[in-house]
Design a protein around this ligand. Structure first.
Ligand SMILES: O=C(O)CCC(=O)C(=O)O
Length: 280
């Protein structure tokens, strides 16, 4: 299939940080993907508990989940070409084995924190020792790095994004105020301090509070490409069935960077450090 990508789409992707190509998955493949993604979800609930929201990477579970439909997804005619038009001739979809399936928690709502990938997942001292502000500024401005994909198999309104935030490495005081306004502990509420309804609305207000944030509405088979350096989050409720393929548009250079510096990623510890440092 020939997916239409216009010059305006390319400009929009560069400026806003996300773009949606509508309806890339044909009906025949959608059924097979839903069947195998459901298996991934059940497996994750069994392995990691009912509040988990992902199984990753699929290649580690090739016995329990048939990867054939995911290979067909990666081979959808015209999809890699459309990705390359939006990014660069050196991009292609990440491997089938590295696909993640995202889904809704089984029992209770929760939301991730607002975050910007990499920078928010690295401890400050290690960041300064191995990357540093000047190089980070350069890396963050490279269009061939940090391009991520969400492709839902059901209607999905879980992802929120702040358009344009990927173009700067600094945060506004208003953004940091929202970040400081909650913690992963509160947003997950493992101590059951709130009822499910209270927690759902608490998470929703947290999403809505971020200046300029948009809730992205994706229909089955829509393909959202986004710069994960921009502020984003996932907000989940058990009553909204979610099965969403999550992958990357990779370049050899980004793969080399991710391999070399992957050891720096410590999301939980880095989040605690950010809260402590900023007085939350
Ligand atoms: O669930 C989503 O759509 C976003 C997930 C996310 O932000 C993350 O895993 O870093």
């Amino acid at each position: 299939m020939n997916f239409c990508v216009t010059e305006e789409d390319v400009r929009n992707y560069r400026e806003q940080g996300f773009h949606v190509i509508r309806g890339v998955i044909p009906a025949s493949l959608l059924g097979d993907l839903r069947r195998e993604a459901r298996k991934a979800r059940e497996l994750a609930y069994r392995l990691h508990g009912p509040q988990s929201q992902r199984l990753s990477p699929l290649g580690d579970h090739a016995g329990a989940v048939d990867l054939a439909p995911f290979r067909d997804f990666n081979a959808i005619a015209g999809l890699n070409e459309a990705v390359r038009q939006l990014t660069s001739p050196r991009h292609q979809l990440g491997s089938t084995e590295n696909i993640t399936v995202l889904f809704q928690p089984r029992d209770r709502p929760w939301s991730t924190e607002w975050h910007r990938d990499w920078r928010d997942h690295v401890l400050e001292a290690e960041f300064q020792a191995e990357i540093g502000e000047a190089w980070w500024q350069e890396i963050a401005n490279r269009p061939d790095f940090f391009n991520q994909v969400n492709c839902p198999l059901f209607e999905d309104t879980s992802t929120w994004y702040v358009p344009g935030s990927h173009r700067r490495v600094t945060n506004s005081e208003a953004e940091m105020a929202v970040f400081r306004s909650s913690t992963q502990e509160e947003l997950r509420d493992e101590g059951h301090a709130r009822t499910n309804e209270e927690l759902e609305l608490y998470c929703l207000r947290y999403c809505q509070a971020m200046p300029g944030a948009v809730q992205v509405l994706l229909n089955p088979g829509d393909f959202m490409l986004y710069r994960n350096l921009g502020w984003h989050l996932g907000n989940y409720v058990p009553y909204r069935e979610r099965l969403t393929l999550h992958t990357h548009a990779m370049t050899p250079e980004f793969r080399a960077f991710a391999t070399k510096y992957g050891h720096l990623l410590k999301p939980r510890e880095a989040s605690l450090e950010r809260h402590a440092k900023r007085g939350a």
